[in-house]
Design a protein around this ligand. Sequence first.
Ligand code: CMP
Length: 216
Amino acid sequence: LKKVSLFDNLNDEQLEHVLRISQKKTFPAGTVLFHEKEMGLTFYVILSGSIKLFTRSANGDEKVLSLANTGESFGELSLLDGRPRSASAQTLEKSTVLELASEQFMNLLQAHFDITRGILTELCRRLRATNEHVNDLTFLDGRTRVLKNLIALANRNGRREGNLISIPMALNYDELAQMAGVNKTVLSEVTRELESRGVLHFELGEYRLNLDKLRS
Ligand code: CMP
């Protein structure tokens, strides 16, 4: 629980209380925790692993809205506004989460202003990220969006070794394209160009970005 920034200001006794009122569950990769449009009953905190939050269009195309990693949380919107889930949630790898029932979540918000402020700060961060994504879709071309997205994933999930950043490849090709808001043809054109310049290298389970070559 110490990795969860929402709970930063809770003392050990309060953390134990959170553990008592929540349920710890582990799910294999690919498990759908809930579907878009369902009623929301629980708030989730990720203790380890990563979760993809996504929506589907009327003809079934997927759009990845966000990835949530260890220490982050999701599922608060429908508990706060009483409306259906705004997105579906699926594990990208084996993941352990804490589930808090709606009533327990509300009690925590009422008892600890730090947690309420943490949720508000997270909602602000997401609104800013969404604004930025809308700007990118409006003003940047597809190639730049792919590059920006690869760099953002590297900053969030990458491991740095000198000039190389290794990024675990939790997302497949389709999902990478959706995050950047391009189709698969654009993504493969850009990745082929980057691979030929030695900027990007795909390997089983991860990809590597060469920062020196990216800058040149
Ligand atoms: P809820 O609507 O209950 O269920 C889906 C969850 O996905 C939602 O709560 C948020 O926690 C999360 N979510 C929805 N939209 C975004 C977004 N644009 N960025 C990050 N997380 C999101």
